[in-house]
Design a protein around this ligand. Structure first.
Ligand code: NAD
Length: 500
């Protein structure tokens, strides 16, 4: 299939790809695949007003009926999985199996949200006053603005949108300027779903704004946007948080990670080896949950690291659309340059680098393919505190578990973490209050590849937001506490007498 065939199969038309100043490139070979006309701020504000009007209607549609919209979305995504998965691969460069996997995550969260639409439960609470009842009610919150990053161009939208829609909130999406085509293709799917759903899907229930950060800033500035869920870098999250705090708006922040694995002496090294390679080089190291720091007990270091270096030497690097490829390209040349800079810094800090050179330069010179790198470090130095969005795996030795957990927690980010150990005392200590400080802590499984059933997100510089499963839905609703007096008296709380 040619690149043009993949775009056409996703349902995008000439009208969607109208000639404009926003150039879209595929990391597969670095070529331009579209030029889009971005929205301006006035158009963005008009879209927000439309979304707010949609909110006034959508909040009155019963939640299980809102769930029906998401059920239809899941059905449509099932039909479109192959076409959309290939477009994800074309636009962001992850291998086809991962592109399809991303669409599967969208389908899974739709299934979750459909069930949720009948389970937006509040509490009943014991009142201290006779003849009184108390309860907690969850109501729709308002327009939800979703800002997304290039590396997961569609799934994070759906983690937010599927929940927001059943919670009664219209969704307005500002995708990465590097991956707008997938967002347009998803919007076409939503348009079909709206039609199939019938009259009570208000105009403007889901919308897409194409453009750069100024459109994200338009969303954060407009008080009609009640919630901003933003996925991306830490600097972006700080800017969004500052803008939203000016108007005390709600944020869900899903920012950078710097994820570690501790490999203990009792670990099953076959399992560990496989988990390390998948989580460090999958998506060419461009996942927020990619493994970046490997903390290995000194007694097993020599049994593990030479095998790891050998496994890296045999990795199939190439066209992510081709069968058999495990490592696709970086998003662009800037990402490749950032990788080189970090490797130079690591060397200056005493690191020994294995791999890390550019790859396929003769056949794919305009693209940014690299050999994933392993860097043996003398200690956890400054560069290891930084997230470089590329396949660099730093390796350090440890002597006792407290030292390993201390290193794991010593970085600014707090997204994902894991331990490989068959010693129950060690694994429980790692999961305890004094263990990993991350939002995700795993045992005998790598840090990447979360399932949608659990709440997803992390602490510290990762932003503290939670999306997807568990009770993350509460982030999209407003909580109301109700006290109902069904007696003929008016007793005051705390026994206060107020005689008039
Ligand atoms: P980025 O921060 O450059 O851009 C992300 C999005 O934010 C884009 O849509 C961009 O236009 C927008 N944006 C930038 N500045 C903004 C501002 N001031 N106001 C509003 N919007 C703004 O990130 P990227 O390079 O696309 O993605 C890589 C980063 O995303 C990595 O740090 C990665 O760890 C992180 N990420 C985190 C998660 C997570 O769930 N925690 C998931 C995927 C990616």
């Amino acid at each position: 299939m040619t690149h043009a065939d993949i775009i056409a199969a996703s349902g995008l038309t000439e009208a969607d790809l109208a000639d404009g100043p926003l150039a879209v490139f595929t990391p597969v070979d670095g070529s331009e695949i579209a030029r889009l006309k971005p929205h301006n701020r006035a158009e963005a504000n008009a879209a927000i007003t439309k979304a707010h009007d949609a909110f006034l209607a959508w909040r009155k549609v019963p939640a299980p009926r809102r769930g029906e919209f998401v059920r239809l979305l899941g059905e449509e995504l099932r039909r479109e999985k192959d076409a959309l998965g290939a477009l994800v691969t074309l636009e962001c460069g992850k291998i086809l199996q991962e592109g399809l996997g991303e669409v599967q995550e969208m389908i899974d969260i739709c299934d979750f949200a459909v069930g949720l639409s009948r389970q937006l439960y509040g509490l009943t609470i014991a009142s201290e006053r006779p003849g009184h009842a108390m309860r907690e009610t969850w109501h729709p919150m308002g327009v939800c603005g979703v800002i997304t990053a290039f590396n997961f161009p569609v799934a994070p939208w759906c983690w937010n949108a599927a929940l927001a829609l059943v919670c009664g909130d219209p969704v307005i999406w500002k995708p990465s300027e590097k991956t707008p085509l997938t967002a347009l293709a998803v919007q076409r799917i939503c348009d079909r779903v709206s039609k199939a759903f019938g009259g009570d899907a208000p105009d403007g229930l889901t919308q897409v704004l194409i453009g750069e950060r100024d459109l994200g800033e338009t969303l954060t500035a407009n008080p009609k946007v009640a919630i901003i869920s933003a996925t991306g870098s830490v600097p972006m999250g700080r800017a969004v948080a500052a803008d939203m705090s000016k108007r005390l708006g709600r944020t869900i922040l899903e920012l950078g990670g710097n994820n570690a694995m501790i490999v203990a002496p009792s670990a099953d090294l076959e399992m560990a080896l496989c988990a390390i390679v998948f989580s460090a080089v999958g998506t060419a190291g461009q996942r927020c949950t990619s493994l970046r720091r490997l903390i290995v007990h000194e007694d097993i270091y020599d049994a593990l690291i030479p095998r790891l270096i050998k496994a890296y030497e045999g990795l199939p690097i190439g066209d992510p659309l081709a069968a058999g490829t495990l490592v696709g390209p970086l998003i662009d040349q800037d990402a490749s340059a950032a990788m080189t800079t970090s490797l130079d810094k690591a060397k200056a800090e005493g690191g020994v680098v294995h791999g890390g050179a550019k790859a396929l330069t003769e056949t794919h010179g305009d693209a940014a393919y690299v050999h994933p790198a392993i860097v043996e470090m003398p200690a956890q130095t400054a560069i290891m505190h930084h997230e470089t969005f590329a396949p660099i795996l730093y390796v350090v030795k440890y002597r006792d578990l407290a030292e390993a957990i201390g290193m794991q927690n010593a970085v600014p980010q707090g997204l994902s973490s894991c331990i490989f150990s068959t010693d129950l005392r060690e694994t429980e200590e790692f999961l305890s209050a004094a263990g990993s400080d991350c939002g995700i802590a795993n045992v005998n499984i790598g840090p990447s590849g979360a399932e949608i059933g659990g709440a997803f997100g992390g602490e510290k510089d990762t932003g503290g937001g939670r999306e997807s499963g568990s009770d993350a839905w509460k982030g999209y609703m407003r909580r109301q506490t109700n006290t109902i007096n069904y007696s003929r008296e008016l007793p005051l709380a705390q026994g206060i007498k107020f005689d008039i």
